[in-house]
Ligand binder design. Structure first.
Ligand code: NIG
Ligand code: FE
Length: 420
């Protein structure tokens, strides 16, 4: 198929005549939307778009999109998609009153996932993660970042990253890999934290660099996990191998992680359930994209991210799923949009922008994905008929993604789920 024409699109979202790398502050609620539009894809790339009056007449395939919206495919910039087993027993423990931190202190949480992952073969891990990757593509995800961090030994971290590489080789969508060796301190190092940091810096990172297995480096900067100084050491060690940072910080406590990550030039600072006024100022002075993961507090409790405060301060905000077995066993971006609106005070257009272009920017993919712009990849979502773009987060339980196109190819089509 060399050309594909979508006609009569009710809302063509993020259709950019002058492409931006991201949108910040008030610009997020004023993303460009063309009503009654067309979109032309040629050789897998966006070749033209605009109002229907200017629509070309011919193409190899023509799709009538009456009543429907077309949006750039979701860009999910923060996931832990590779894991060995689900953790619903901890979910039940939380219902009974234990907190996420208490479960972690008892050896549950990340360490629970690490034990399981260490026992699993690369083939098993690949198989289960591949199923999840196919699932999220069916929700409309067109680019994804996946972290290691359930290995916590040299061999198991490498195993995870090799799985992530294979996922990227097989998947039709771009997969960015992040090394998260500093996710939790393994029990064997409880009395010698420095030795684990040495292992990350002196053994894991050189092997990862040698096999070219990661795009980014991450650390979980949090009480009971890693300190600011430890995160700084990991970021600096990663930088020696050309790995930029994307970090977990301010999930439960504000301890200086934002300041350190912004000073280091991190691509993104993720979670941010807790942000002080001083940290807001630091974010404004830097380039790191604040990346919010509202399905984590939805699932484990706690504060929702102060998106309104961040956007009103003029910042760009990205949204991601954080898909993982502990704090967010879901990779559904449409639900993240609903939470962002309902619980973080974001407007529907802001949420769409955060889940597409700003997410692409948080993976350095904004030149090829994240918006409808000339020359970008033809990766987009065709929705079911809907009355407005606000309907997407509003109808939070309805799967409104009818088709998913990746590089101009229809990869998912849910129009005929029921045979009448
Ligand atoms: O982003 N907070 C740290 N890491 C993950 C959760 C990991 C887990 O519980 O397995 C997160 O929420
Ligand atoms: Fe995470």
């Amino acid at each position: 198929m060399s050309s594909l024409l979508l006609r009569n699109i009710r809302f063509l979202a993020l259709a950019e005549t002058h492409p931006q790398a991201s949108y910040a502050g008030t610009a997020m609620q004023h993303i460009p939307v063309i009503e009654d539009a067309f979109l032309l894809i040629e050789k897998s790339k966006i070749a033209n778009f605009g109002p229907m009056e200017t629509c070309p007449v011919q193409a190899d395939e023509v799709v009538d999109c009456s009543g429907r919206a077309v949006l750039p495919a979701w860009c999910d910039s923060h996931t832990h998609l590779v894991f060995a087993r689900s953790r619903e027993e901890e979910f039940v423990d939380r219902i009974k009153g234990l907190s996420y931190e208490e479960i972690a202190r008892r050896g549950g949480g990340i360490l629970n996932s690490a034990r399981r992952l260490q026992e699993a073969s690369e083939a098993e891990l690949f198989e289960s993660a591949w199923g999840r990757l196919r699932e999220v593509i069916s929700y409309g995800t067109g680019a994804i970042e996946i972290k290691s961090g359930y290995g916590l030994t040299v061999e198991s971290e490498l195993k995870m990253l090799r799985v992530i590489r294979r996922l990227g080789e097989k998947a039709p969508i771009p997969v960015k890999a992040t090394f998260l060796g500093a996710h939790a301190l393994p029990p064997a190092y409880q009395s010698d934290r420095k030795a684990y940091l040495d292992l990350i810096v002196n053994e894991m990172l050189p092997r990862i660099a040698e096999e070219n297995l990661a795009d980014y480096v991450d650390a979980f900067c949090e009480k009971g996990f890693f300190t600011v100084a430890e995160m700084e050491r990991v970021m600096e060690a990663g930088a020696k191998y050309g790995l930029k940072a994307k970090v977990h910080t301010n999930q439960f406590n504000s301890m200086g992680g934002i300041e350190a990550a912004v000073a280091h030039g991190a691509v993104s600072v993720d979670h941010l359930e807790v942000v002080s006024d001083a940290e807001l100022e630091i974010l404004k002075s830097g380039q790191s994209i604040p990346t919010l993961l509202p399905s984590a507090p939805f699932f484990i409790g706690g504060h929702y991210q102060p998106a309104r405060k961040l956007i009103d301060a003029g910042l760009p905000v990205a949204l991601a799923t954080d898909y993982n077995p502990g704090s967010t066993p879901s990779g559904r971006m449409q639900f993240v949009l609903a939470l962002a609106c309902l619980k973080c005070g974001m407007l529907p257009e802001e949420a769409i922008c955060a889940a597409t272009l700003n997410g692409a920017k948080a993976m350095e993919l904004e030149a090829e994905l994240g918006s409808i712009a000339m020359g970008k990849r033809g990766s987009f979502v065709l929705t079911a008929p809907l009355p407005s773009l606000a309907y997407l987060p509003y109808a939070f339980g309805t799967d409104l993604v009818e088709r998913v196109y990746i590089d101009g190819q229809c990869r998912v089509d849910k129009r005929s789920v029921f045979i009448d």
